[in-house]
Write a protein that binds this ligand. Structure first.
Ligand code: NAG
Ligand code: NAG
Length: 435
């Protein structure tokens, strides 16, 4: 792989849709001429889009028109548009907004029903499994009940031993009751599903740690110029996803477990992945697929000058096996905390952006490399994955902005996600949730 001058690497963070509706790009270290380009062309578009978005706020019934209008604005300027702009933050947000109204309705319905029907929600006799290391333990961070349901459903349907599976879901107080109720209404073979309220954990067990909100896996876009003469059209963009800050609590939240398999909620599992449970990781802390299109040396401006090997590859979240004992032994959480202190974030955006360097540094040298054919990455941004690959790979990761549950989803990949979504849920119909 060719080295690119490090100053030309640029990083952006894409908030997932169920986060606040932010989109932050750091057009860092770009040559001034490019900055001007951005400002001029973007300024005009922002104005147009502001108008359209203002209209969309008053639109109750059919937001498709607004969506179409926005797409037109985007098309008109596409020639001058930079890759970042094609997947415009504004279009993205609109997709988010039209989704979130119906989604919000679903959440409310489920929450209300939870409190109306306590008997349905009674804990089953499976509580003893939760801490029991004879079972295979999966952990998912999620704020999206539909995404979560698809990840769990696909993993269990394709497993040969569903009765040995325990899923632990970490969510926040807004989603906790609706998820409880959803999983009381739907069954997933014989698996045990254990929903944890992060906010409750925080105040009961970690109150002295000054934790923020629950964070999801973080996605980053890393752009670099392909030639020495930078032009906006020759940007080369890679997508990375890594753990969020809350992941660093895993060894403390699951004090009684020795290992877990971690899944992102934008993953669909198509084959039995339980072999990961007994995988010998040779003393490493996490098993992950490598992402060698990004080398740590390219991220020098984010990682600092020392503490890593220039040539080592980045890695991806999605499906990871974690050795919690090794993690505790090496005090990775302590390493993480000192890295976070060193990086000094001034605001929420910087805090979230810090997830990239802290992940890459805290786990540096502690990664067991999983075969890249285990999981197909990039189905939320890459149009070029062949049908055959998508059908045959063990797992699909929809990292990128175009999540399969959004209108913006890449159509040809959507069906693989949707086929694991229940069609039998009255509240989805009532709320007009039809991803
Ligand atoms: C990594 O790359 C930087 C700049 O390209 C160089 O200064 C540094 O010596 C390299 N480190 C190692 C260990 O090779
Ligand atoms: C799980 O997926 C199957 C199809 O693969 C579907 O028929 C079923 O309704 C789904 N179950 C739930 C609870 O989502």
């Amino acid at each position: 792989m060719k080295w690119r001058p490090v100053q030309q690497v640029c990083l952006s963070v894409c908030w997932k849709f169920y986060e606040h509706l932010h989109f932050i790009s750091f057009f860092c270290h770009l040559k001034p001429v490019i900055k001007v380009f951005f400002l001029l062309s973007v300024g005009k578009k922002i104005k147009n889009m502001d108008n359209v978005i203002a209209k969309s706020k008053s639109c109750r019934v059919d937001c498709n028109n607004v969506d179409r209008k926005l797409r037109q604005i985007l098309d008109l300027t596409e020639d001058e548009a930079h890759f970042h702009m094609k997947q415009s933050a504004f279009l993205y947000q609109l997709g988010v907004q039209t989704m979130s109204k119906t989604f919000h309705c679903l959440l409310m319905r489920l929450t209300v029903e939870f409190f109306k029907s306590p008997s349905v929600n009674m804990q089953h006799s499976s509580a003893y499994k939760i801490d029991n290391s004879n079972y295979v333990h999966y952990v998912i961070f999620s704020r999206n009940v539909l995404a979560l349901s698809v990840t769990i459903n696909s993993t269990t349907i394709n497993s040969e031993e569903p009765n040995s599976m325990v899923f632990h879901v970490l969510t926040d107080k807004q989603n906790f009751y609706s998820m409880k109720h959803w999983f009381a209404r739907h069954s997933y073979r014989e698996v045990t599903i254990h929903i944890l309220n992060f906010d409750e954990l925080k105040s009961n067990h970690f109150s002295n740690m000054g934790l923020g909100e629950l964070s999801m896996p973080e996605e980053f876009r890393i752009s670099s110029h392909t030639t020495t003469q930078p032009s906006p059209l020759q940007m080369n963009t890679k997508y990375l996803s890594v753990f969020g800050h809350s992941h660093f609590l895993l060894p403390d939240v699951f004090k009684n477990l020795k290992k877990v398999i971690l899944l992102d909620d934008d993953v669909v599992v198509q084959k039995d992945i339980s072999f990961l449970w007994n995988l010998n990781m040779g003393g490493k802390v996490i098993a992950a697929t490598e992402f060698c299109e990004v080398k740590l040396g390219q991220l020098r401006s984010y990682l600092g000058a020392t503490g890593y090997d220039n040539n080592s590859c980045a890695w991806m979240s999605g499906i990871n096996k974690i050795d919690l004992e090794k993690w505790r032994e090496l005090d990775i959480t302590g390493v993480y905390q000192s890295l976070v202190r060193k990086l000094k974030q001034k605001n929420d955006a910087q805090w979230r952006a810090a997830a990239l360097p802290v992940n890459l540094l805290a786990f540096h040298g502690h990664i067991y490399t999983l075969d890249n054919t285990l999981i197909q990455q990039g189905l939320g941004h890459d149009y070029g994955v062949s049908e055959e690959t998508v059908q045959n790979v063990a797992a699909l990761h929809y990292n990128g902005n175009m999540k399969p549950w959004l209108d913006l989803a890449i159509p040809k990949y959507k069906k693989y996600w949707k086929s694991y979504l229940t069609r039998d849920e009255r509240y989805m119909e009532e709320c007009n949730v039809n991803p």
